[in-house]
Design a protein around this ligand. Structure first.
Ligand code: SF4
Length: 292
C-alpha cells in the first residue's frame, strides 16, 4: 500500500507566521498569553501549551494589565486594541496581512456608505473570530450570513456590499450572491446598482480546490486531518467526501482505524490550513504501522 501526504496541506503562510512568532516569544519569555485559540487545531494548541502558551478568553483579557498578549492570524476588532491600550497590554499582533487588508477594505467601505444607507454583508460563519474582527470594523453594523435563511435580515430596497470571510468556498459565495440577486430583483431593484459583490476568499484556501479534487480522486481512501472548529477544514473535507466517498475526517493519528484503509492500494493524507505538518506525518506513520 502507498501512503501519500498532500503537499498542499498544512499551515498557510498566515498561520505559519503566527506559530513562528509564538514560538519565538515562548523561547524568549517562557510564557505568552494568546487571545483565543491560536489555531483551530487541538493537537497544535496542546503542543504549544506544553511550551508555555496560555490561551485566554475575552473576559480574562479585559482583566489583564501590564503584560503581553498575542493576536492570532484571524485578527481582532478595534475594541481589542482599545482595551490593550487602557490596560497597558503590549500586543504581539500576528493578524494575517490578507485579513488586515480585508479589515481595511471593509472599514473604508463602511465610512463611505454611512450616508447612503448601504448595508455591509459578510458571507461567513456567525461568531467566527475572523468574522467578529470584520464586523468590528463597522461598529457592529455589518451582517454575517452563511446560509440562505440568514438573508432574511437584509433590506433588499437598500444597496448591499457583499464580502467574504477568507476561508469560505467559492461555490458557497456564488450561491449566496445569486440568491441576493434574485431577492433584489423580486424587490424591484437592479442587481448592478444595488449589489456590489467582492469575493475576498483567500487564495491559500481556494487555490487548493482543483488539486484537492485530483488528490481525492486518485486515492482509494482519504484521511483528512483537521480541528473540528476549522472552517476551511470542514469546507476542504467536504470536497474530498464529494470526490471520494471513502474519505474520513479525523483529528489525530489516534482516530485512524484499520477499517478506514481496508483493501486500499493507496491512501491519501490531507488536512486544513490549520493542520500542522507533523500531524499529517503522524497520520501517515499510523497508516504504515497498521499495515505491519
Ligand atoms: S487562510 Fe489566507 S487569510 Fe487566512 S490566515 Fe491563511 S493566508 Fe491568511
Amino acid at each position: 500500500m502507498k501512503v501519500e501526504i498532500d503537499q498542499d496541506a498544512g499551515f498557510c503562510f498566515g498561520v505559519q507566521k503566527t506559530i513562528e512568532q509564538a514560538e519565538k516569544e515562548l523561547l524568549k519569555e517562557g510564557k505568552i498569553y494568546c487571545l483565543g485559540e491560536i489555531v483551530h487545531n487541538d493537537e497544535e494548541i496542546h503542543r504549544l501549551k506544553t511550551k508555555g502558551l496560555i490561551t485566554i478568553g475575552y473576559e480574562e483579557f479585559r482583566n489583564l494589565k501590564n503584560t503581553r498578549v498575542l493576536i492570532r492570524a484571524h485578527g481582532e476588532p478595534p475594541e481589542t486594541y482599545e482595551i490593550a491600550k487602557q490596560n497597558n497590554i503590549q500586543l504581539i499582533d500576528t493578524t494575517c496581512p490578507i485579513v488586515s487588508r480585508l479589515q481595511n477594505r471593509i472599514k473604508t467601505c463602511y465610512d463611505e456608505i454611512l450616508d447612503e444607507n448601504g448595508q455591509i454583508v459578510i458571507f461567513g460563519k456567525v461568531g467566527h473570530p475572523e468574522v467578529v474582527g470584520l464586523i468590528g470594523q463597522t461598529n457592529g453594523r455589518a451582517m454575517a450570513v452563511s446560509i440562505e435563511a440568514d438573508l432574511d435580515q437584509i433590506d433588499f430596497t437598500k444597496p448591499i456590499y457583499l464580502y467574504s470571510q477568507t476561508t469560505r468556498s467559492k461555490k458557497g459565495f456564488k450561491q449566496i450572491k445569486e440568491e441576493i440577486t434574485r431577492r433584489l430583483k423580486a424587490a424591484g431593484n437592479q442587481d448592478t446598482l444595488y449589489l456590489m459583490a467582492h469575493q475576498t476568499i483567500c487564495g491559500q484556501v481556494s487555490n487548493r480546490e482543483p488539486n484537492l479534487i485530483d488528490f481525492a480522486k486518485k486515492h482509494d481512501a482519504i484521511l483528512f486531518a483537521s480541528g473540528k472548529k476549522s472552517s476551511n477544514g470542514k469546507m476542504l473535507y467536504e470536497i474530498c467526501k464529494r470526490e471520494n466517498p471513502n474519505s474520513y475526517f479525523i483529528s489525530s493519528a489516534d482516530d485512524v482505524e484499520t477499517d478506514m484503509i481496508k483493501n486500499c492500494k493507496t491512501v491519501g493524507v490531507s488536512g486544513a490550513t490549520s493542520t500542522p505538518s507533523w500531524l499529517l506525518q503522524d497520520v501517515a506513520n499510523k497508516v504504515s504501522s497498521l499495515l505491519h
